[in-house]
Each structure stands twice: as structure tokens, then as C-alpha cells.
Design a protein around this ligand. Structure first.
Ligand code: IMP
Length: 453
């Protein structure tokens, strides 16, 4: 990216640069989540024919600002805010029906039509016992003097565990087969009651799950969600065969990926771009462009190491300016300098073809900025990332220091309108990560976006 003579289109056309493969696009977070993926998905939706979630559940929180109005979405794909574009929840997602219905009702009460929401019959249902087990496991870890994961307590891990265990799992398609489900619940409910009783804290008896009561609850969900349910893999394959383009919206993020994140402080799904194939039921080669979304600094919610973490006034400054409080749990997010060792790893792992740098405006007003470009470890200085929580505990950041920048970046629409310090910051990101920057976000509104040609 040449910042001296920037080549920028005057009004964003918002089509990411295609890679080698098909015409579809992936949007994936390259840090620990909350990078601002929702805004980018919203921007790119108009150049695609469907928006698809392929992983995670209501642990994710995407906030999108449309004409000054903020929408917080957890399960519904951000593309729902574009009328007429199918918003698909793929089979790789775990669905809490109460949460989904709450979101649908809130959206509809604000005038957003959810008729285009389509839910995979093969997505798994987060049941009440999953949330109870999530809570109980976290308590067992901390009382047993292990660090808890710091989960969102949305039942994500136990639901995915049941999916893999099979016999006791419930899929969305089961909700619309009540007779079969009723028989299964007669076995599942006593089993879950027994397991939860064994995990219960002394003096806090666990819930007893009554099969009839749960069946009635499932019937109520089916009544309200049934019209949205279908085989979304078949639908997508049909659309793709007809030359349509899908936008795959990653939830959570690369460093939270169950296999390639900072295990065990991760979520339970495949967040990275390859998760699209299994989580949406499409071939890998349909995705030609992979946009890696990077916040201009680091944040993390929950447990696990974060080498560049800041404390005190500096952390508060960034947290307040960036509104760094969880969309899902309201927890204040941990804040730190940008960690390019981690981002470069994430970009390579996903095969990112472009970067989108978010919340650059938040850093304005600081005298100097630090960026981590290597780690000091017990084995010496390294510039490669090891996706392992225990390894990361001993990684100390090695920083490059840059002069800060000031002013209101929110009105910049071209790279050339950014202060030189901000452009130098972007150049460093691009050079260290080795992937071209395609978008720079300088404020929450859609218009506050610089598209780099
Ligand atoms: P779980 O996904 O609720 O099991 O939580 C596992 C870890 O991932 C916790 O540290 C959560 O805070 C974190 N996490 C899950 N989803 C997100 C997200 O969308 N943004 C940020 N952190 C997340």
C-alpha cells in the first residue's frame, strides 16, 4: 500500500479483491473476536446474494450501525439488515431458540423483515441443560483450582460436545418431528438430570428436566421457527451452481478456534475459513476472497493469555473510546496493543487475501503507539506464534514504537486524508502481516470506511 500516492476509489464499490477460487467471500476475525466483522459483513452484503453463518452460537456478538441506529446481533447473520438478501444460519451453528426468537422479535419491532432468515435443519439446538452444564463446568474448574475458560455461559461447549457424542443431541430438524423427539426426550431428560445433579454445587440442587415439559417447549419453538427451517446446504449448493455469491460471516475468531486457537482458552467451533466447508455444507473452492478483520489494537474477553494486555489509564482510554464492553455479556473487554505476531499467524492460517483494519480512530490522541512484532520466550526471541495457551503464558511482547496521531479520523474517506502517523501505522501492519489492506474503518457508521483500491 503506497501511502504517499494512495490510489483510492472515491465512493466504495465494496467488492473485495478476488483470490484464485470461486466468487464467494469469507469474513473472518484474526484476533480474539469483536474485531468489527459485523460492519464489514454489512458493507459487503450488497455485492453478494446470501449471507451465511457457519460456526458458533449466541456467544458471538456483532454490532452494526445503520443510519445511526445500533443493532446488536448474536445468532442472526448481520446480512439480515439488507432487505431481500437471504440470511442463512448453517449447520455448523448451535442455536438457542429463545435467544434467536428474542432477536427476531427485536429486529421486527424495529422494522427489519426477518422473512429471509433461513435455518439449517442440521444445526444443533442449545438446550437448557447445556447452559446449566456450562455454568457447572466453569465452577468445577475454578473450585478445583484450574483457570476457568471464562465462557459466555451460553451453553456452547456442552452443545457441541453433545453433537459429537451424538445420542443425546437435538437438531433443529428434530424440533419439527415432534413424535420422534418426544420418544428421545424420555431418555435424554433423565440422563441430563442425572449428569447435572452430579455436577451441582452443595446446597444448590440441579434442575429436574421433565420430558413432557421439554417437549412442550420444543413444540412452541417449532411453531415459531418452523417456517425458517430447511436444508441450507442444498439451498447454497443450488445458489452457487447458478453463479450466485455467498458471503460467509465468521463468528468468534481465529485465536478462539477450537483446534488452532489458544487452547484451552478457546470456543468450541471451527471459526477459521476452512470451517465454512463443514459448517455450511459447501465445497472449499467456492470461497475466492478471504477478508481478515483486524482491530487496530487487541481485545480479549474471558480467560487465557494476552501478551500485549494493558492496564490502568491507557487501557481505560482505549476501552472507553472503543466501547469495549461485551455485546453478549456486557463484560469489560481486556485491552492491549496490537499483536502482529498473532495476526500474521491468523492471516496465514486462514489464507487471508485482504485485511480490513477496524477502529483505527480509537487510537487517536495517544502520544505513542506500540505494536508487538516478536515475543521473548524461555526459548529465546521468536516471531512465530504457537497456538497453545500454556506457551502463550510465557510469551513477552517485543514492541516497535511509533509516534501517535491525533485529530478526528472519522471524516477521512481516503488514505491520503489520514494523518501521516496513522498511515505509518497501517503500513507497518501491511508489511509485517504481508497481506494487502482492503478496508480501513474510522468510525462505526457505514460511511466511515476507506476502501483501498
Ligand atoms: P464460549 O464460546 O462461551 O464457550 O466461550 C469461550 C471463550 O471464547 C471465552 O473466553 C469467551 O469470552 C470467548 N468468546 C466466545 N465468543 C466470543 C466472541 O464472539 N467475542 C469474543 N470472545 C468470545
Amino acid at each position: 500500500m503506497a501511502t504517499s500516492a494512495p490510489s483510492v476509489s472515491p465512493s466504495p464499490v465494496l467488492v473485495p479483491h478476488a483470490g484464485q477460487g470461486g466468487g464467494s467471500t469469507a469474513v473472518v476475525g484474526l484476533q480474539w473476536g469483536d474485531e468489527g466483522k459485523g460492519k464489514i459483513v454489512h458493507l459487503l452484503t450488497e455485492s453478494h446474494d446470501a449471507v451465511v453463518r457457519y460456526n458458533g452460537g449466541a456467544n458471538a456478538g456483532h454490532s452494526v450501525v445503520v443510519r445511526g441506529e445500533r443493532f446488536a446481533l448474536h445468532l442472526v447473520p448481520s446480512g439480515i439488515l439488507h432487505a431481500g438478501v437471504p440470511a442463512i444460519i448453517g449447520n455448523g451453528v448451535v442455536i438457542d431458540p429463545d435467544q434467536l426468537l428474542k432477536e427476531i422479535h427485536t429486529l421486527e419491532s424495529r422494522g427489519v423483515d426477518c422473512g429471509n432468515l433461513i435455518i439449517s435443519d442440521r444445526a444443533h439446538v442449545v438446550m437448557p441443560w447445556h447452559k446449566a452444564e456450562d455454568e457447572a463446568r466453569e465452577r468445577w474448574l475454578s473450585e478445583g483450582s484450574l483457570r476457568p475458560i471464562g465462557t459466555t455461559k451460553r451453553g456452547i461447549g456442552p452443545c457441541y460436545a453433545d453433537k459429537v457424542q451424538r445420542g443425546t443431541a437435538i437438531r433443529v430438524g428434530d424440533l419439527v418431528r415432534p413424535e420422534l423427539l418426544r420418544e428421545r426426550l424420555k431418555v435424554i431428560c433423565p440422563l441430563k438430570t442425572t449428569v447435572l445433579a452430579a455436577l451441582a454445587a452443595p446446597g444448590h440442587p440441579a434442575e429436574v428436566y421433565d420430558a413432557q415439559h421439554v417437549a412442550n417447549q420444543c413444540a412452541a419453538w417449532a411453531l415459531q421457527l418452523g417456517r425458517h427451517v430447511r436444508d441450507t446446504s442444498a439451498l447454497l449448493l443450488e445458489m452457487l451452481a447458478a453463479g450466485k455469491r455467498a458471503l460467509f460471516e465468521g463468528a468468534n475468531a481465529t485465536l478462539l478456534d477450537v483446534d488452532h486457537g489458544t487452547y484451552p482458552f478457546v470456543t468450541s467451533s471451527t471459526c477459521i475459513a476452512p470451517g465454512i466447508a463443514t459448517g455450511a455444507g459447501v465445497p472449499m473452492n467456492v470461497v475466492g476472497s478471504i477478508l481478515g478483520v483486524v482491530k487496530a489494537y487487541s481485545t480479549r474477553v474471558g480467560g487465557g493469555a494476552m501478551p500485549t494486555e494493558l492496564a490502568g489509564e491507557l487501557a481505560d482510554y482505549i476501552r472507553q473510546r472503543g466501547r469495549e464492553f461485551g455485546t453478549t455479556t456486557g463484560r469489560p473487554r481486556r485491552v492491549g496493543w496490537l499483536d502482529l505476531v498473532a495476526v500474521r499467524y491468523a492471516a496465514r492460517l486462514n489464507g487471508a487475501t485482504g485485511l480490513s483494519v477496524m477502529l483505527l480512530d480509537v487510537l487517536a490522541g495517544l502520544d505513542e503507539l506500540k505494536v508487538c512484532t516478536a515475543y521473548q520466550t524461555p526459548q529465546g526471541r521468536v516471531d512465530a506464534f504457537t497456538p497453545d495457551g500454556a506457551w502463550l503464558d510465557h510469551a513477552k511482547p517485543v514492541y516497535q514504537t511509533l509516534r501517535g496521531f491525533s485529530g478526528d479520523l472519522g471524516s477521512a474517506r481516503r488514505l491520503g486524508e489520514l494523518p501521516p502517523g496513522a498511515r505509518a501505522y497501517l503500513d507497518l501492519i501491511e508489511n509485517v502481516v504481508g497481506v494487502p489492506i482492503r478496508f480501513v474503518s474510522v468510525g462505526p457508521d457505514r460511511e466511515q470506511t476507506i476502501e483501498v483500491a
